[in-house]
Design a protein around this ligand. Structure first.
Ligand code: KIV
Ligand code: ZN
Length: 513
């Protein structure tokens, strides 16, 4: 088959680089859910984690390798044998697997982090690539901090790892220090001067410390790189990585200039962005390019007038092209199951009849409280807690009392199968009181690490969505809840995190047995 020289490989690192970011960690089922969505989105490579770094990372890489068919599944590994062994073992079930090995090449990182001289670094890189090639013929080498490395040393190490069998050479701007002109020149120099460079794929991996990650990545592909490593919503270490939606849409919208394409199904971008934001508990900045709430909003009179006459006056791409729902008020109490099902399909959900029935019941409950149901409400219904274990706890009743001059208190009734658990408690506020009552009713003591509440849609009757993270026995679990009552949404989120924890413990017990 002829190689398509204009095709840029999209390597998604949301589950590795973004997941390393403060406050972004995910549990295993959440990682799997995102990996399935990345597959739907059409990414070429999913970097599923850093297998050696913890048992949870290993398990996640291994599960994704087993369950997600289509993309290449990659695991990160330092240039040491135990890392490569762990990556190889975790990736074994994948039909297409890649070992991504890296070491630092800048003077500052070699001296202070690795405590090695350049010759030792080069030797370890060559050895690691050769070792990884015994497991898979798809080996990527990354020269960490390449943009602050000596270009002559970079040429030397890149040549050596190509000779050792690396098939992709990644040139990271690890600290977000590069500029587009310099990044482009660096890639061009390597492609032109390193023997064997034309037989491998050069890759960009740019961080956003100066806000240039997407521009630097695009400069790299203009200079001849054919892979971009990026993340959904641009999440990642510190200021993040190049954002997938930005680089992909830049190449699509400005195809006249770049003349490059990707395999991304751009209509899946918005849903992926929302899913990552919800599961990581990190809100998308409102003015974020492509996926921010304001990305397609027009406010000023002149702009609105232009848009009404012809959208192209102020829009360079349509909201539909990236899957942003355009019709606002779509359904109400009388829309019926058929209309609801059709809208779910339009929003890209592929549901079984049982899931439709469950979601429709929730939709009716919501429609009783809120006359106008928006697309975001439907997404929230569908993505919040549809997959409950059979013995999951369910909030049946919640009553809170709070106000100035009163001590906040809450009473909860929680069902688990035929058992109904009831308790009342005080707290520092209505949410704290509800959490104390839930813990007492269930007989559990968990630690709340993180708690966020947001309005799914903009009006005062908006569905409030609570996202939180609990820890128990050193593991964290995320929970989500949505309701027009934010205390109820918070209680539902708490119970959903507890249900995740139960599901995790049950799976662990089954595995042991
Ligand atoms: O930023 C970086 O250099 C990395 C490497 C591990 C590829 O994330
Ligand atoms: Zn990185």
């Amino acid at each position: 088959m002829a190689i398509d020289k204009d095709r840029v490989i999209i390597f998604d690192s949301t589950l590795r680089d973004a997941e390393q970011a403060p406050g972004a960690s995910l549990n295993i089922p959440e990682k799997l859910e995102i990996a399935h969505q990345l597959n739907k989105l059409g990414v070429d490579v999913i970097e599923a984690g850093f297998a050696v770094s913890s048992p949870v990372q290993y398990e996640a890489v291994n599960l994704i390798a087993k369950e997600v068919q289509g993309p290449i599944i990659a695991s990160l590994a330092r240039t040491v044998q135990k890392d490569i062994d762990a990556a190889a073992k975790a990736l074994a079930p994948a039909a297409r697997r890649r070992i991504h090995t890296f070491t630092s090449t800048s003077p500052v990182q070699m001296e202070y982090m690795l405590k090695k001289n350049p010759a030792e670094v080069l030797a370890s890189a060559v050895e690691a690539v050769k070792y990884a090639r015994c497991v898979t013929d798809d080996v990527e080498f990354s020269a960490q901090d390449a943009s602050r490395s000596d270009q002559m040393f970079l040429r030397e190490i890149v040549q050596a790892v190509i000779e050792a069998g690396a098939t992709t050479i990644n040139i990271p701007d690890t600290v977000g220090y590069a500029t587009p002109e310099l990044m482009g020149a660096m890639i061009k120099d390597l492609i032109e001067n390193v023997p064997g460079a034309k037989n491998v794929i050069f890759s960009m991996h740019c961080h956003n410390d100066l806000g240039l990650a997407s521009a630097n990545s695009l400069a790299g592909v203009v200079a001849g790189a054919r892979q971009i490593e990026c993340t959904i919503n641009g999440l990642g270490e510190r200021a993040g990585n190049a954002s997938l939606e930005e680089v992909v849409m830049a190449m699509k919208v400005r195809n006249d200039y770049y003349k490059l394409h990707t395999g991304i199904k751009t209509e899946e971008i918005y849903r992926t962005s929302q899913m990552v934001s919800r599961l990581m508990g990190i809100e998308v900045q409102v003015n974020k390019a492509i996926v921010g709430a304001n990305a397609f909003a027009h406010e000023s009179g002149i702009h609105v007038d232009g848009i009404l006459k012809n959208r192209e006056t102020y829009e360079i791409m349509t909201p539909a092209s990236v899957g942003v729902p355009t019709s606002r008020m779509v359904l109400g109490r009388h829309s019926g199951k058929h209309g609801f099902k059709k809208r779910c399909e339009e929003l890209g959900f592929d549901l079984t009849e049982a899931q439709i029935n469950e979601a429709f019941d929730k939709f009716l409950e919501l429609a009783d409280k809120k006359k106008e149901i928006y697309d975001e409400d439907i997404c929230s219904i569908l993505e919040v807690g549809m997959d409950k274990p059979s013995n999951a706890y369910k909030l049946e009743y919640l009553q809170v009392s709070s106000g100035s001059g009163t001590i906040p208190s809450a009473t909860v009734k929680i069902r688990r199968g035929d058992d109904v658990l009831q308790h009342a408690a005080w707290g520092d506020g209505p949410v704290d009181a509800a959490y104390n009552a839930i813990e007492a009713a269930i007989g559990i003591d968990v630690h709340l690490d993180k708690y966020q509440i947001r309005a799914v849609t903009g009006d005062s009757k908006a569905l409030g969505e609570a996202v939180l993270r609990i820890t128990h026995d050193g593991r964290s679990f995320t929970g989500h809840g949505a309701s027009t009552d934010i205390v109820e949404a918070s209680a539902m989120a708490y119970i959903s995190a507890i249900n995740h924890m139960i599901r995790f413990n049950e799976t662990a017990k089954k595995k042991q047995a």
